[in-house]
Design a protein around this ligand. Sequence first.
Ligand code: BG6
Length: 478
Amino acid sequence: IPVDPFDLVIFGGTGDLSRRKILPGLYRRFRDGQMPEGARIIGAARSDLDDEGFRDFVEEAVRSFVSKRKCDPETLAAFRKTLFFVQVDALGDDGWAELKDRSKPDRVQAFYFSVGPRLFGPIAERLHTKGIAGPQARIVVEKPFGHDIETARALNATLAEHFDESQIYRIDHYLGKETVQNLMALRFGNMLFEPLWNAQYVDHIQITVAETVGVEGRGDYYDKSGAMRDMVQNHLMQLLCLTAMEPPSKFDSDAVRDEKLKIIRALDPIAPEDLVRGQYAGDDETASYLADAETDSSDTESFVAMKLHIANWRWNGTPFYLRTGKRLKARMSEIVVRFKEPPHSIFEADTGQSANELSIRLQPNEGMDLKVTIKEPGPGGMRLIDVPLDMTFADALGEELADSPDAYERLIMDVIRGNQTLFMRGDEVEAAWAWTDPIIEDWERRRDKPTVYEPFSTGPEEALMLLHKDGRRWREIR
Ligand code: BG6
């Protein structure tokens, strides 16, 4: 969808997220012809840079994080012309007059707050008091959106003093992932799945987000958060909502977000025995969590697994098992829908029949497979085997089509287009905290200690038991 010339102002424009994700993503959009003539990217930060200095900074970022094949000199030179820089002190007065001089309040203005949450309020306020934000201004804020419900409410209230909810874009980059959006296409664009997508036909659902990385370099932030705040409250919660929600009446921001909110509000409180926490150990070659977090002792979890119930008609009695962790065996995110076995088997007992399983692979090897039961070919009688109907996007659509935009670039373009569907609404974020807060408070009250697990494993043994005791098993992390 073509867009009019816009201004994107990145506060924290020389920071890590900007360097790794935002700027390389914008370059890719520019290269694909999605940035209209006259669009500008304005870096705003405390760094002592001018336009040329920022252009050099961005060129280095692009060369480091975009494939060489896409870094041709002509495109880079043209991209540099879209870049500008203003030195701004977010908490003071310096730089704001220059930012005002350079701004064009009659166009779409996106202000990306790639800074710590304590600067959200001061920046939002100055954008108004200094007369920078025009009628088409919107702001983009990053996670963590609060540390608990109190801080999230306070942040929402601060932003609401200066901007309307329709101007606030809270990023959860998981919503920008191609396969996450595909989940909605799969559910609501096909007749095949939706009639079966309920407690009557689904035995259980698993959501796994496994990472091999540890918390190295981010220990300071992470040790105060843990997996529950860092991953479950936002990314896993969003995946759960998209998997479990009712069909929205249309693919529009409030219709989708209303349905997601209903799921969060329908979550039953979770029993302590349905929760497992872990913290990774080290070995000869790999640092432990404590070493990565640069601390002698910590009760913060780098792994969490849980069993959830959604108290509504559709899901009554169907458990949702969620797990996420760092320093696990493989980087793998997937959603698995395990269907029930047929109610009556007409085949002999030892034929090896089992249940259908739909697995949606978010990353890597984006795609999905559906395990179906067929007759084993050959003359040996009616023996059944399971085979996957496999659709790896790269195979089905070709590498170029499957090489889809990164989550950040897609989400930034949605901000420019004014489409909030893939962003979290204030009430959604608060509802997610309202559900996670009591769990975290209970751990803190009981001084709960996470179980130590081997690096590059599947996490603590108890996480496997969480399913085993229900006669189920996790899909392998591979
Ligand atoms: C971030 C978390 O939001 O998501 C990180 O803060 C985590 O701890 C990251 O590593 C995972 O994102 P992705 O896109 O690599 O799966």
